[in-house]
Write a protein that binds this ligand. Structure first.
Ligand SMILES: Cc1cc2nc3c(=O)[nH]c(=O)nc-3n(C[C@H](O)[C@H](O)[C@H](O)COP(=O)(O)OP(=O)(O)OC[C@H]3O[C@@H](n4cnc5c(N)ncnc54)[C@H](O)[C@@H]3O)c2cc1C
Length: 473
């Protein structure tokens, strides 16, 4: 039995950032998998390194929560700027998402012309820029101070955006881009699916702006894989990987953790497990009940990994938008991330490619092994055929390694079958889980908690959690 102050359960982006910020404390980070990073890890299979999920690093710029955390921790990530953040291809038409507004607009107008394009995209960019200047971003519950800071944030939001806060994304599109073509709408929605897990029909104008504007920021490629950034962050952290926490029991003012290897007593527990998976960790009925309140949000990923032997010069990211939905998925687009040709680890003898799209966990449940494998292969083949259709110089024989992952694979490796939490909408905002809980010393972090997914969303939550933690200690 070991006594510790802080136990962090999970080395995803959230668990890693909070551990790095508190590395000088008596802290242990537990990770079930052998690779660190969860959805942002890098793994090796058949001699090639692949990014498991996340491939784009965004937010490493002055006055941004991510850069601030890295600076505080004293880590400089090994990254390379992607001058073209994403190349979208729809019906062979290309739009490059580049940070330069005029360049982007000229390209956009040549493909999806609308007389109000400038107004629309300028507004999106400005709302996003204004959001990142807010000083009081906070969302926590269960205590006077927490509610007071949250209220101050709401006031700040209102002061900055006023009634614009209540505008819906769909309403704004209809108002500013009337008679928008189906293709153009698909271009917008497929980008929202990547960043916000949903389309304009469910979003506020503010959320849509944050989701669409990320390529106006600097977008980076992580050299050596996304997992390398996590490893760099954790270099001075006490880590127990390949050690899963199996159960937790509250005992007076401590938590007893039983892992696959040992037993620990911790004063504070920070869960980086997805909120929907956290109930099963607890032996206490009241804590179980608390976590059971957060109903499962069935948004999952289907990911294809391939090694490509090709001399073709490729960008870091493409988004291919199709006419119809991909079978067994809930999207008509997929995101292709390619290792940089000079990346000695990932591109050692060919490109390492991660292709991802959205699916649902339920599509992969209740199948026999054969049915599951057949369904997976069918989906994979469909995606590969469309991938080859969009790259004239890449042939099937260039593909040297090919396999894919569903919600079941993600569950097996990192205990989660969803990706992302519930999108923040006017309806969900008050039900969102916060970083603190009604139980003293028990905290949450990660993309199923405020403020959401990806490096920027998780980092906002980490900052709030860090303040809550330090207010208590
Ligand atoms: C296919 C895909 C592509 C994406 N692309 C991008 C992108 O390009 N850029 C971007 O910024 N974001 C991207 N995202 C989103 C981003 O990856 C996630 O939002 C983020 O990585 C989630 O971090 P998290 O802190 O919630 O932790 P998670 O990734 O959920 O990690 C949690 C960790 O906790 C561990 N764990 C859970 N339970 C236990 C336990 N009981 N004991 C020990 N360990 C445990 C798991 O093994 C896991 O490692 C993508 C996501 C997916 C799925």
């Amino acid at each position: 039995m070991k006594n510790i102050d802080i136990a962090v359960i999970g080395s995803g982006i959230g668990g890693s950032l909070i551990s790095a910020l508190n590395k000088n404390k008596d802290l242990i980070l537990f990770e079930k998998d052998k690779n660190l990073g969860g959805c942002a890890s890098t793994f090796k299979r058949l001699g090639t390194y692949f990014n498991a999920g996340a491939t784009t690093f965004v937010g490493y710029e002055n006055n941004h929560p991510i850069k601030n955390i890295f600076d505080e921790v004293g880590v400089v990530p090994n990254i390379l700027e992607s001058k073209i953040a994403i190349r979208t291809i729809q019906n062979r038409k290309i739009v490059d998402r580049v940070a330069n507004f005029e360049e982007f607009l000229t390209n956009l107008n040549s493909v999806y012309y609308h007389k109000n394009n400038r107004v629309f995209w300028k507004t999106i960019k400005e709302i996003d820029e204004r959001f990142w200047t807010l000083k009081k971003v906070y969302f926590a519950k269960y205590g006077f101070q927490a509610y007071a800071k949250t209220a101050l944030f709401v006031v700040e939001l209102f002061k900055e955006f006023g009634f614009m806060l209540f505008k819906t994304a769909e309403g704004y599109i209809n108002e500013v881009l009337p008679n928008i073509s189906k293709e153009y709408k698909a271009f917008i929605n497929s980008q929202l699916l990547i960043t916000l897990q949903t389309t304009s029909k469910d979003l506020s104008l503010l959320a849509m702006s944050l989701g669409l504007a990320y390529p106006f920021h600097k977008v980076f490629y992580p050299i050596g894989g996304m997992g390398q950034i996590i490893e760099d962050l954790l270099k001075d952290v006490n880590i127990q990987n390949k050690e899963e926490v199996i159960s937790i029991k509250k005992e007076q003012n401590r938590y007893r953790l039983i892992s696959t290897k040992d037993e620990y007593l911790a004063s504070k527990v920070i869960l980086n497990s997805a909120i929907f998976e956290s109930s099963k960790l607890f032996l206490d009925e009241n804590i179980k009940k608390y976590y059971d309140k957060f109903s499962f949000s069935d948004q999952s990923a289907f990911v294809v990994y391939l090694k490509l032997d090709s001399k073709e010069k490729l960008l870091h990211h493409y988004q291919i938008i199709l006419k119809e939905d991909i079978p067994n998925c809930i999207s008509n687009s997929f995101f292709v991330s390619v290792s940089d040709i000079n990346d000695e680890k990932l591109s050692r003898d060919g490109y390492s490619i991660t292709i991802s799209t959205h699916s649902k966990a339920i599509f992969w449940e209740g199948l026999t092994k054969n049915e599951y494998e057949a369904k997976k292969e069918f989906t994979q083949n469909f995606i590969i055929t469309e991938f080859l259709n969009n790259f004239d110089n890449i042939k099937k024989e260039n593909i040297k390694t090919l396999f894919s992952a569903t919600s079941k694979t993600f569950y097996r490796y990192i205990n989660r079958s969803n990706c992302g939490g519930k999108p923040i909408t006017a309806k969900t905002i008050f039900q969102l889980p916060s970083c603190n809980t009604p139980f003293d010393g028990l905290y949450n972090v990660g993309d199923t908690i405020f403020a959401g997914q990806g490096w920027p969303g998780v980092a906002i939550g980490v900052n709030v959690l860090n303040k809550e933690l330090n207010a208590k200690s």
